[in-house]
Design a protein around this ligand. Structure first.
Ligand code: SF4
Length: 474
């Protein structure tokens, strides 16, 4: 009988990609995916450590599996990803029925570890080295980039794929756990990346998203020659079959002119840049150890607007970081008002044990103040997004059709016309009526309505006049 695998993924796009690759590797060992926990022989939780809340949710989910494990001790329960690297042995202490703990730098070992547990070897843990106490080369080696051959069936959409170009991070922002759990920054070889993009294109993929924690810091040096992200974009441009790509997430200080010029000059490159600012206050940026002042962020925005006038830019903000005053918060609001981001992801600060921030500063902004600032900034950003989206009414965009819209999947299947969703070259979500055959195609869509999050449109159809044939007598 085929063995069944259940996997739950939380966190960023990097985790989504990791889960896709882990599932593909276990399928090779005869596993089939199930979305029902009780049916599964192996249950994996691919976890995130960025917020404490996400970690606690995993422990609650594990708690609910305790009785299943008691009744079926042969089932294998695994915690993989960032929380596995962050908590290590603690996972076994808090949930003693867990069989497997694997950090993000060791995911390639999962199939063998699962086999070992099946063979009676008991609980298994594979994690990478800590960031301190070893030489950099040894630490780098212990965080392996996990990029086996791609399996198109494992992707949420056959027409889109993530491609990892970099692992880890060396920025050490004081609030962030990523450098600890994902290790030192390391670029993947451009040859491997291009080969993977070619394979994806041959399988019918039309759009790829290049992933890195600070993707625009990408560097790969071999034989004295360094490849930067802009060089990589030129190399990818020659891959036949690929129509569009984008790259996330950018670090403001590394938004170089050569990169902006490549985005401007390469027609397949999406004019969309995600560049988190985090705060508009220099005092906060300093405490966060972001490595730039707000003046430099503003200067970067000017360079983006000058080089790619139609680019959309999105940002992340943390509100209620340690010591943030009303004046600091006002400076963040000023930046949002001035930059008119397409949208912003806004987070209330929550302390992460193991980060410099937790060590150095008190988490002293009361929860209700964080909540109020979060709502205020969100409201402000949403009204900017809505105003700017409204200006797009009447425009026509090439949209890569991704599939049925979320709301249609939720409510509309009973006879309602199919509603599809896709994205523009500027990363706007577009919803329109269509049919199944259009999924995976680029279609011209004219926008007739918009709110803060979505553009609503209709497919531009060509009106073909009937041809008239004269019947002539032989
Ligand atoms: S750049 Fe800063 S916020 Fe982003 S992953 Fe690195 S340490 Fe975390």
């Amino acid at each position: 009988m085929t063995k069944k695998l259940y996997i739950e993924t939380v966190g960023c796009q990097m985790n989504v990609l990791d889960s896709e690759l882990v599932v593909a590797s276990l399928r090779k060992r005869g596993y089939e995916l199930t979305d029902r926990r009780p049916k599964a022989d192996v249950l994996l939780f691919n976890t995130c450590s960025v917020r404490e809340h996400a970690e606690e949710k995993v422990y609650s989910a594990l708690g609910r599996l305790k009785h299943i494990k008691r009744q079926h001790p042969q089932k294998i329960i695994g915690v993989i990803g960032c929380m596995a690297q962050n908590h290590q042995q603690l996972v076994f202490t808090r949930a003693p029925y867990v069989d497997l703990v694997v950090g993000p730098g060791q995911l390639h070992q999962i199939p063998d570890l699962v086999d070992r547990i099946h063979d009676g070897a008991g609980p298994q843990m594979e994690v990478s080295l800590p960031r301190k106490g070893y030489d950099r080369a040894a630490i780098e080696r212990s965080f392996e980039s996990y990029d086996p051959l791609r399996n198109p069936e494992m992707r949420p959409s056959a027409y889109q794929a993530y491609v990892r170009i970099q692992i880890g991070c060396d920025k050490f922002c004081t609030y962030c756990i990523v450098p600890k759990v994902r290790g030192p920054e390391q670029g993947r070889s451009p040859q491997q990346i291009v080969a993977e993009a070619r394979q994806l294109a041959d399988e019918g993929c039309r759009e790829i998203t290049l992933l890195g924690q600070t993707v625009n810091s990408y560097r790969y040096t071999d034989g004295g020659r360094t490849t930067r992200l802009s060089d990589l974009l030129y190399m990818l441009h020659d891959v036949d079959g690929l129509d569009r790509w984008k790259f996330v997430t950018n670090f403001p200080r590394d938004m170089s002119d050569d990169l902006l010029q490549a985005v401007r000059d390469l027609p397949k490159c999406s004019h969309y840049l995600h560049v988190p600012a985090q705060s508009g206050s220099n005092r906060m940026l300093e405490r966060m150890k972001r490595g730039y002042r707000v003046e430099e962020y503003r200067e970067m925005m000017v360079r983006i607007r000058e080089t790619i006038p139609d680019a959309t830019v999105t940002s992340d903000f943390i509100v209620g970081f340690c010591g943030e005053t009303e004046e600091d918060f006002q400076l963040t609001k000023d930046l949002v008002a001035e930059c008119r981001f397409k949208n912003s992801f806004i987070f209330k600060y929550s302390e992460r044990p193991g980060t410099k921030g937790a060590e150095l500063y008190a988490d002293d902004v009361p929860e209700e103040v964080k909540k109020r600032r979060n709502n205020e900034l969100l409201e402000m950003q949403n009204s900017i997004s809505e105003e700017d989206n409204q200006l797009r009414i009447g425009e026509t965009y090439q949209v890569l059709v991704e599939g049925p819209s979320k709301s249609w999947l939720k409510h509309g299947e009973d006879g309602a016309p199919l509603q599809l969703t896709g994205r523009t070259n500027w990363d706007h979500i577009v919803v329109f009526e269509g049919n199944q055959r259009q999924i995976g195609q680029f279609l011209p869509i004219t926008i007739y309505d918009a709110n803060a999050f979505t553009l609503f449109g209709e497919v531009v159809t060509r009106h073909v006049a009937p041809e008239v044939y004269m019947l002539t007598a032989p």
